[in-house]
Design a protein around this ligand. Structure first.
Ligand SMILES: [Cu+2]
Length: 460
């Protein structure tokens, strides 16, 4: 099998043969990345949209400490907790594979909340059926060189999975240290998903190899769509904003009911100190003892959640030196009065969260990447201040920012503040300490026309 194989030839061979070829390439030195064209009518390799590097690293989770397992005494200055994760090395896609010093420099620089990935729904009428590709390499672990685990990328809840690219290592492909593999996807179902490494998944998910991925609907673009002026994404995943209207739609609603002006990712995960210490110190955690000590929102805990997005370490902008270099995502929501804001929640901690937006009703329009609308068209949208979100679930919530009140109660800063937080009281504590922390952030509503148009989801 080679990359010139036609689509017809591929269909004749079937996926079983493709999987066999994958094994041959993996074990006999072929580049697994050559597999990506097999699932496409294209004869040239598809340029990956994202390039992830699996490795380990250290997170900064501020809290009162000095328990046995926290802060980890081996942690570098400013850090507290060992972890595994993915680093975003998309900017180095054109570097030589496996030997790029730019990519190798990310060893021990993983993100505890994985790179936010987003895609446009594929056009079901496009005969080329070109897949999206996510490239994964495995840099190994700096602190645990004895631990030679592979890594994978698995889209949780994704309904159009190609079995070979599912990332469940028992039945598809995992990436050993020093190798590269291209995962291919056909996203035909818009919505909010999450992805994670599926290798030793209880451990790797909890250690940080987990993040949010979402698919934006066809309705956002194309002739005759509600959003004809939208421009196709670039390789980096960036969109050219539409200056004339809402940024997009959460789903193919047909009537604009899921329109939004801004969108933010709200990824929920957790840290059990003992397991993170165990993995650094060559011990084996007993997962039946699980308890969450930190509850993370986009990889940080309050009040760090209010700090801006940072370019991750190694980014072209130079990254940020300091404690949060590998926790690049803030969770602060800024908007103008009257705007509709989509919050994409996904939870891959191990406990249920009870997310509350105090003072603003949220319109729940989707759950688990399904628009809440029955087959007969009856709307299941509902308004609430609080919703429950269990492990492995996602929820799409749109709120309309209320009128600006004059900034009363927020020290005259020029905006109104509304708290967004986990009402499970443990979820807003940092390591059990008094006071607030954890899964909490703010929605700041400014007078109309104050906040510039959002250029990219989550202001990335
Ligand atoms: Cu892994």
């Amino acid at each position: 099998m080679n990359q010139r194989l036609s689509r017809r030839g591929f269909l004749k061979l079937g996926l079983g043969a493709a999987a066999g070829a994958a094994g041959a390439q993996l074990f006999f030195g072929g580049r697994a990345g050559m597999l990506s064209p097999v699932v496409s009518a294209q004869t040239e390799p598809i340029t990956p949209r994202y390039y992830l590097a699996g490795t380990d690293g250290w997170a900064s989770l501020p809290g009162v400490g000095n328990t046995y397992f926290y802060p980890d005494p081996w942690a570098p200055e400013g850090k507290t907790s060992y972890m595994f994760g993915f680093a975003d090395v998309t900017q180095h896609l054109s570097d030589p594979e496996l030997v790029s010093p730019n990519v190798l420099a990310y060893k021990e620089k993983a993100q505890i909340s994985a790179p936010i990935m987003y895609f446009d729904e594929l056009d079901p009428n496009n005969p080329n059926k070109e897949a999206y590709v996510v490239r994964l390499t495995n840099l190994g672990l700096a602190v645990r060189p004895d631990l030679v685990d592979s890594h994978t990328v698995h889209w949780h809840g994704f309904r159009n999975v190609i079995p070979m690219f599912d990332g469940e290592p028992g039945s598809s492909v995992a990436v050993p240290i020093g190798r590269v593999f291209d995962y291919a996807y056909y996203p035909y179902e818009p919505g909010t998903y999450m992805y994670h490494c599926h290798f030793e998944d209880t451990e790797h998910v909890h250690m940080g190899m987990v993040g949010l991925v979402f698919v934006r609907p066809m309705q956002n673009r194309g002739a005759g769509s509600l959003k004809a002026s939208r421009v196709a994404p670039t390789i980096a995943g960036l969109y050219t904003p539409d200056p004339t209207g809402p940024m997009g739609y959460a789903y193919n609603d047909g009537d604009g009911s899921t329109a939004y002006d801004r969108e933010y990712s709200m990824f929920l995960s957790e840290v059990w100190n003992e397991s993170h210490w165990d993995d650094a110190h060559i011990q084996l955690p007993d997962w039946t003892d699980y308890k969450a000590d930190f509850y993370l929102l986009n990889g940080r805990v309050y009040p760090d959640t209010l700090l801006p997005n940072y370019a991750p370490v190694g980014a072209p902008t130079g990254g940020v030196a300091g404690d949060l270099g590998e926790q690049p995502y803030g969770s602060l929501v800024t908007c103008n009065a009257g705007e509709r804001v989509l919050l994409r929640f996904a939870n891959l901690g191990f406990t249920q969260a009870s997310m509350t937006l105090a003072g603003i009703r949220m319109l729940i329009v989707g759950m688990d990447a399904v628009m809440l609308r029955g087959k007969t068209g009856v709307s299941g949208f509902y308004e609430t201040n609080t919703f429950q979100i269990g492990a492995g679930e996602s929820t799409d919530a749109i709120f309309t920012a209320p009128a600006f009140s004059g900034g009363a109660g927020s020290s005259g800063q020029g905006y109104d503040t509304y708290l967004l937080y986990n009402r499970n009281i443990a979820g807003i504590s940092n390591n059990g300490e008094m006071g607030i922390g954890g899964q909490m952030t703010e929605v700041r509503v400014y007078p109309a026309g104050s906040v510039p148009q959002q250029l990219t989801p989550h202001d990335l």
